[in-house]
Design a protein around this ligand. Sequence first.
Ligand SMILES: Cc1cc2nc3c(=O)[nH]c(=O)nc-3n(C[C@H](O)[C@H](O)[C@H](O)COP(=O)(O)OP(=O)(O)OC[C@H]3O[C@@H](n4cnc5c(N)ncnc54)[C@H](O)[C@@H]3O)c2cc1C
Ligand code: FES
Length: 301
Amino acid sequence: VSAVNNKKNGKDYRGTIFLEDATVVSQVEFPGEQYILTIDAPKCALNATPGSFAHLRCHTEIPMRRPLSIMRANPATGHVEFLYKIVGEGLRSLGQLHAGDTLSIMGPIGQGFVPSAERPRKLMVGGGVGIPPMLFLAEHLAVNNNADNALVLMGSEVPFPFELVTSGIAVNGVPDNASKSIADIEALGIAARLASLQDYSGVYSGYVTQLAEDWLQSMDETERSQVDMFACGPEAMLEAAAKVASKFNVHCQLSLEEFMACAVGGCAGCTVPVHLDDGLAMKRVCVDGPVFAASTIYPDS
Ligand SMILES: Cc1cc2nc3c(=O)[nH]c(=O)nc-3n(C[C@H](O)[C@H](O)[C@H](O)COP(=O)(O)OP(=O)(O)OC[C@H]3O[C@@H](n4cnc5c(N)ncnc54)[C@H](O)[C@@H]3O)c2cc1C
Ligand code: FES
């Protein structure tokens, strides 16, 4: 077991990253080279929070681990779930693992999303492989009874790797024909809508951030001041999300992706410029993030 100390809000706290030999519980392939991997990793499951990630050794002959967001973590069963889409040789190797195989993981890592009690209308926007942390956050808010008035928006250009249902929960500002939702989220009583450019039936035709804009546009000033927005996805989507948040003066947190070597704060290979009140600082996405305030990443939005 290894641990790192971090600082957050000026205070010391002990952020613990565990090294575990996890057992694969299941691995399911979906269209578009997408996989949902479930592993048994009890320490990671117990300590994961929405927005945190794990660093996985995909193959014994690939020395560099690959970072994946945690999509679900169940402290009772010890199971941790990931959703990933194959990019290159690391994730391709991961996709070849079967139930019963062992893989080494480090996690949970990073500073996740911090929902605000003062802004009860949660807006979660996930694009592509940015969907997993949004699902984790939505389920976490529901379990803690903080999901009233929440909306989850998900965008994908390959078929959504989830069971879809026609939603019975009305959402203002969204066209009636964009009626599909994710079954697991609908079952929690949380509104969700989907977006794509692929003309999928029941799915909003456009970018997921346009859908967010339509929803915010349909609100009055008081409602908008209560919105707490979270986004994860490709860089262009994050920039668009920051612009939408800025346009409506909504507080927004973004989860960033960067190339990562160590993922525990030691190599500084993942630093990004962050615009703080007292000037520009270089921050490590792995342990200072991956979640940052949108205004500190895109100050000119
Ligand atoms: C915090 C975080 C969370 C992530 N969560 C997810 C997720 O939930 N699902 C998912 O599918 N993907 C996620 N990614 C992206 C995923 O880590 C990369 O797509 C993956 O590392 C690519 O590895 P590869 O071997 O398949 O591809 P290659 O292109 O062969 O990888 C080569 C090298 O580039 C690095 N690399 C390539 N693309 C990225 C990238 N976008 N970010 C960081 N490193 C990269 C790899 O780590 C490796 O060192 C996340 C990335 C980060 C930083
Ligand atoms: S990956 Fe090494 S410091 Fe972040």
